[in-house]
Design a protein around this ligand. Structure first.
Ligand SMILES: [Zn+2]
Length: 152
């Protein structure tokens, strides 16, 4: 077991690794990470051992659990979450598409009641024939995931 991290070590926090190049900025923006008080380091277009470039995000002082990590799966289906304590990886897992995403995206349906009520947006995820759709809990309309992840 190699304990040494390839990335510059942080004392405690979370390293999100193996984000497809180009998605790192979107993750920061969508999950509002940059507005938190945590110290964040972002690596863009880093070489990855599978040949494709990757992005990487390090967040000091914030520990992701499985549920939080899975919220990233729409943007970075291959991401690996490394939880760091005292400069050592104490937990490591791959993200999986969650069944539900709440409080991240607003509903693309402008007539949706969620825009007028003080509620968190909520979408149920379904995948059929490798296409992932998000169905709004409030208006029950289903949207292609690209509608969310391709937004600028
Ligand atoms: Zn809706």
């Amino acid at each position: 077991m190699k304990k040494h991290l390839q990335v510059e070590a942080i004392q405690s926090g979370t390293v999100i690794d193996h984000i497809s190049a180009g998605q790192g900025i979107k993750i920061l923006k969508f999950f509002d990470l940059s507005s938190e008080s945590q110290r964040i380091t972002v690596g863009l277009n880093l070489p990855s051992h599978d040949g494709a470039n990757k992005d990487l995000i390090k967040i000091e002082g914030l520990t992701f659990n499985k549920e939080q990590g899975n919220q990233l799966a729409l943007f970075a289906p291959k991401a690996t979450i490394n939880v760091i304590e005292n400069f050592e990886v104490v937990n490591k897992f791959k993200v999986e598409l969650p069944q539900q995403i709440a409080g991240v995206f607003s509903c693309p349906n402008s007539n949706c009641i969620s825009h007028n009520e003080p509620v968190d947006s909520r979408f149920n995820l379904t995948t059929r024939a490798h296409r992932t759709k998000l169905k709004c809990h409030y208006c029950e309309k289903a949207f292609d995931k690209g509608l969310f992840t391709e937004l600028d």
